[in-house]
Ligand binder design. Structure first.
Ligand code: ZN
Length: 294
C-alpha cells in the first residue's frame, strides 16, 4: 500500500511538473514554416509554436484543416506578417480564438508590390494593384527585421526571460549578418551578365532586390504562361545571361524545363516554404553561383 501511495505521489508530481513546464511557455501561432523556425530560433525553450500551414501546402490555395484551427484556438499570440495572405486567413482563425493577441512582426520592413510581369509579357492583367509581395523571409536582410520584432514581442510577453531572449536574438542576428556578408561577397564574385534568374513563382523578389540580382517570373497572374509569354521570357533570358531556372514543389515544372532547354540553363528545385528557410536561401545561392560558371 505504501508503495502504491508513493507511486501515485510520483505520478502526480510528474504530471504537475509537465503542466508547469508547459505553462512557462508562450504558445505562439504563425502562418508559415519559415516563421515557425525563426520564432524557435529567438524563443528557444520558452515558446510552443503552432504553424497554420503544414509542410508542402500551397499558401495561395489554402484550406485549414479542423485540427489546425483547434491548435490555433489554444494560441496565446499570433505573430502576423501583415501580408495579404494573412488578411485572407485571419478572419477564419480569429473566429476560433477570440482571446489571441495579434502582433505584427513586419514592422520596419519595406514591402514591395507583387510582380506584375508586364515588362516582359506585354499584356494587360487583372491584378490587384495594391497587392504586396509576401515572400519577405527569403532575404536574410528582411529576416533581420522579422527576428528583431519577434524578440521585442517575446520579451514584452515574457519579461522574466529577457536575458535568455537577448542571448538568442544576438546569436540569430549574428548568423543573419554573417549570411548577408557571405552572400554579398559571393554575388560580387559572379560575372555581371550572370546575375539574373528565372523562377516559376516569384518567391525571391526581396532576395533579388537586396542582393542586386534580377528575377524574371514564369507564371502569369498565378497561371501557366501562354506560348507567346514563354517566347518573350526566353528572349529576355538570353539577353540577360540566365543560366538557372528555379521551380518549387507546389508548382508545375513543365514551362521551366522548356525555357531551360532553350537557354542551355539548369532547372533547380528549391523550397522557399521549407522550415529550413535559411538553408533554402543558401541552396538557391549555391545553384545560382554554380550555373553562372556555364
Ligand atoms: Zn508565394
Amino acid at each position: 500500500m505504501r508503495h502504491i501511495a508513493r507511486l501515485l505521489f510520483l505520478v502526480v508530481a510528474f504530471c504537475t511538473a509537465m503542466v508547469f513546464a508547459d505553462e512557462r511557455r508562450i504558445t505562439v501561432a504563425v502562418s508559415l514554416q519559415p516563421y515557425a523556425t525563426l520564432v524557435k530560433m529567438v524563443g528557444g525553450d520558452y515558446v510552443n509554436v503552432v504553424t497554420l500551414l503544414p509542410p508542402g501546402a500551397d499558401p495561395h490555395n489554402f484550406e485549414p484543416k479542423p485540427a489546425v484551427i483547434k491548435a490555433f484556438s489554444l494560441a496565446q499570440v499570433y505573430f502576423s506578417d501583415g501580408s495579404g495572405l494573412d488578411k485572407i486567413w485571419m478572419p477564419r482563425f480569429l473566429g476560433a480564438n477570440k482571446n489571441v493577441q495579434v502582433i505584427d512582426i513586419s514592422k520596419n520592413i519595406e514591402w514591395m508590390k507583387a510582380e506584375h510581369d508586364d515588362h516582359h509579357h506585354g499584356s494587360v492583367h487583372h491584378h490587384d494593384e495594391d497587392e504586396i509581395d509576401p515572400h519577405i523571409w527569403t532575404s536574410p536582410t528582411r529576416v533581420k527585421f522579422l527576428a528583431q520584432n519577434i524578440y521585442h514581442a517575446l520579451k514584452t510577453l515574457d519579461p522574466k526571460h529577457e536575458i535568455y531572449y537577448v542571448n538568442r536574438i544576438t546569436e540569430t542576428q549574428n548568423r543573419l549578418v554573417q549570411m548577408e556578408r557571405m552572400m554579398n561577397e559571393a554575388i560580387f564574385d559572379m560575372p555581371r551578365n550572370r546575375r539574373s534568374f528565372i523562377v516559376f513563382h516569384p518567391s525571391y523578389g526581396y532576395l533579388a532586390k537586396d542582393f542586386k540580382l534580377k528575377q524574371y517570373t514564369i507564371e502569369v497572374n498565378g497561371k501557366e504562361p501562354k506560348p507567346r509569354d514563354l517566347a518573350n521570357l526566353i528572349k529576355m533570358g538570353r539577353k540577360n545571361g540566365v543560366k538557372a531556372v528555379f521551380v518549387q514543389p507546389e508548382f508545375s515544372k513543365r514551362a521551366a524545363e522548356t525555357i531551360a532547354k532553350d537557354l542551355n540553363a539548369v532547372v533547380v528545385e528549391t523550397d522557399p516554404l521549407s522550415a529550413d528557410f535559411l538553408g533554402n536561401t543558401q541552396k538557391f545561392l549555391n545553384a545560382l553561383i554554380e550555373a553562372s560558371k556555364k
